[in-house]
Design a protein around this ligand. Sequence first.
Ligand code: FAD
Length: 282
Amino acid sequence: MILSGSEELKKKYLASLAKGDGMFSYCLSEPDAGSDAAGMKTKAVRDGDHYVLNGVKRWITNAGVSDYYTVMAVTDPTKRSKGISAFVVEKSDEGVSFGAPEKKLGIKGSPTREVYLDNVRVPADRMIGEEGTGFATAMRTLDHTRITIAAQALGVAQGALDYAKGYVRERKQFGKPVADFQGIQFMLADMAMKIEAARQLTYAAACKSERGDSDLTFQGAAAKCFASDVAMEVTTDAVQLLGGYGYTRDYPVERMMRDAKITQIYEGTNQVQRIVMARNLP
Ligand SMILES: Cc1cc2nc3c(=O)[nH]c(=O)nc-3n(C[C@H](O)[C@H](O)[C@H](O)COP(=O)(O)OP(=O)(O)OC[C@H]3O[C@@H](n4cnc5c(N)ncnc54)[C@H](O)[C@@H]3O)c2cc1C
């Protein structure tokens, strides 16, 4: 919306978003179109001064909670990615409904559901940008939002290190705190080193996002990919540092390990991030 929406759309929706009155969900993925998002099947067919939307969007964060949905849909099936347009769909629009909450490995506090669009009629002026520019807008959006996933990963990793650091100083084996063993110290040093590298990359990418730098696509993908891989490694090591206790729900690090996993998957898997980086090498 900020990147491509008309002034009217921005006035109508961003004010309530900024006030915290209305939240937006991002609807790109479908049951059969994940990494290959341009293979989506959701259609929007022009009917007078409206478009009629039909299809299923899958894995939508905050579906059912958000009042507004940015929905990518095919307006010209002959053009693949250049035949996709973006629309604002409202929760209250007739024909909008939601699937059952997904039962997930982690991020259980974040609702994920399908969004069903069954003959949803939206006024033509709810199109974001020009017809056929929706996919390009969706990709430009990801350049910015991937950095928020890097930040999420970084926070989870830092939390796991902080917890494990405190634990190994308290836990005694062989008559002394396990933190006194060099094998443990080397693990902590590696964890802290990787987190710091992830932090620098994430902050640098965030600056590029604010400035709109030309190498943002590479940097955003690199920050997301690196920070999420670090989060997975660090949280797994944190479980290791707590031994058997780390493997139980009595301690928070197993949850952090489960929460870290999603950061390698959503906003484009880390395989997809590597494709993006390879196509945009500095
Ligand atoms: C909890 C959660 C929340 C989500 N929230 C949203 C949301 O709000 N909005 C939204 O639109 N989507 C959302 N997603 C969807 C998410 O972005 C997709 O799951 C992700 O892009 C991967 O798509 P897929 O699951 O279909 O996997 P697939 O694309 O089927 O991939 C399967 C495997 O193949 C690999 N792969 C695919 N293509 C290639 C290739 N060319 N080269 C190498 N490897 C490849 C993938 O990396 C993966 O390992 C969410 C997903 C989850 C789980």
